[in-house]
Design a protein around this ligand. Structure first.
Ligand code: SF4
Length: 124
């Protein structure tokens, strides 16, 4: 992992992204357990979480980021994007009962319009 997750979560510059990371962690853990892996997430799910953490840390929108589903950049590689899609599809409906607050924040974030590309990237 490029940076300890705990540092990322407690850094005030990353509040929104830290919440997204918590949501992603919750969904991946549910998905992994729901697919027969008791205990800590399996290697494949851990790799997905580490990848998502790096993407969140380096998101070009910073803390103004839209939900990744509404993003115009889509920085995930095809394989990881497909993995996330499967996790979201399976865990999304289950989140409302297991993690209602995270689920509500994610729902509200998804309704906000996506911002334009920041700075130099917008002019390319
Ligand atoms: S998909 Fe878009 S919003 Fe999500 S991390 Fe990548 S650049 Fe940021």
């Amino acid at each position: 992992m490029s940076r300890p997750v705990v540092e990322f979560i407690t850094d005030p510059r990353f509040v929104k992204r830290a919440r997204e990371l918590k949501t992603m962690e919750a969904m991946v853990r549910m998905y992994c357990r729901g697919h027969g892996h008791d205990g800590p997430p399996c290697a494949r799910c851990r790799a997905l979480l580490e990848y998502a953490t790096r993407r969140l840390e380096r998101c070009v929108f910073g803390d103004a980021k839209p939900t990744c589903a509404n993003c115009v950049v889509h920085c995930y590689g095809a394989d990881m994007r497909e993995q996330v899609r499967l996790v979201m599809k399976w865990a999304g409906p289950r989140m409302t009962l297991r993690h209602p607050i995270l689920s509500l924040f994610h729902l509200l974030a998804g309704r906000r319009p996506a911002p334009g590309l920041p700075g130099k990237l917008a002019r390319k």
